[in-house]
Design a protein around this ligand. Structure first.
Ligand code: ATP
Length: 283
């Protein structure tokens, strides 16, 4: 579903958003400088940049965890900065989020962690909650961990519980803030596969912040490169490889080229192996 999103309408629209923070010396630091950004429905959209570039702040502006000093935040047709507290709480039901450090409730079982957002918003029977929790845990491959506690799980499993919890209220948007930074490379690979699989099964729109090029290359359909609080460059990862303006853009294209070359090489070597096997068979 993330493959052909070019004709889909934008589900998230940031217009001229700005965010400043007070600094220790009494000044102001502009973490996000008038950014305009659109994320289409069904996209897996990467925000990549160096530490301090403003990626996390930009992500947190999408669900108003950070309120912009100026600009508009539209998600699924609603301008979030205009909503009352109560309306915003409802609108946030449509925007799940996961974090680098998982943020699970340590004293609650896996079941209760995933059930939590369903219970606090009410409206569902116990049987409905039970069914939805099981469905979400199946989606992340943790059906057998219902009764476990976070301390009994690996980092990858904890992040899967966090994903199940974020998806439980059936959000249209899933925000991911460095979701694999605390994980080793193999666990990262399998978690990214799970995220892609979930996107395809549910159609959820994913925005992911990372500083790892390989995460963007493996997962994303579109990428924005964030530098100094601005979008320095944005492009599709399914489009042709062309010369990019930013160093990160160039590195990402080099990575794409290497992956394509390796895929060609391994296809060629397996067809050579097949041809050799056939020859042997005929001898
Ligand atoms: N609550 C805050 N108060 C003060 N300054 C902040 C706050 N949040 C972020 N900043 C500053 O804003 C800038 C951008 O931070 P942000 O976390 O968005 O960057 P980032 O690109 O996600 O970096 P990292 O990968 O290191 O998290 C940084 O200089 C940071 O110190």
């Amino acid at each position: 579903m993330s493959q052909n999103t070019a004709d889909k309408p934008p589900l998230i629209r940031l217009r001229d958003v700005q965010k400043k923070f007070a600094t220790a010396d009494g000044g102001l630091f502009e973490a996000v400088k008038s950014v305009t950004l659109e994320v289409r429905q069904g996209e897996i959209f990467g925000l990549i940049g160096k530490s301090g570039a403003g990626k996390s702040t930009l992500l947190r502006l999408i669900n108003l965890l950070e309120r912009p000093d100026a600009g508009e935040v539209h998600v699924a047709g609603r301008e979030l900065t205009k909503l009352s507290r109560r309306e915003l709480r409802d609108a946030r039901q449509n925007i799940g989020m996961i974090f680098q450090q998982f943020n699970l409730l340590q004293n609650a079982s896996v079941f209760d962690n995933v059930a939590f957002p369903l219970k606090i918003h009410g409206g569902l029977s116990r049987a409905q909650i039970d069914a939805r929790v099981r469905e979400c845990l199946a989606l992340v491959g943790l059906s057998d961990k219902l009764g476990s506690y976070p301390a009994q799980l690996s980092g990858g499993q904890k992040q899967r519980v966090a994903i199940a919890r974020a998806l439980a209220p059936r959000p249209q948007v899933l925000l991911c803030d460095e979701p694999t930074s605390a994980l080793d490379s193999e666990t990262t690979r399998s978690l990214l596969e799970t995220l892609r699989d979930i996107q395809q099964k549910t159609g959820v729109t994913i925005v992911i912040v990372t500083h790892e090029l390989s995460v963007v290359e493996v997962l994303c359909s579109e990428v924005a490169i964030v530098e100094g609080g601005r979008i320095a460059e944005q492009f599709s990862l399914h489009g042709p490889r062309v010369e990019r303006r930013t160093v990160l853009g160039q590195e990402l294209e080099a990575l794409r080229e290497r992956t394509e070359r390796e895929a060609r090489w391994s296809a060629a070597s397996s067809s050579n192996a097949a041809a050799a096997a056939q020859e042997l068979h005929h001898v």
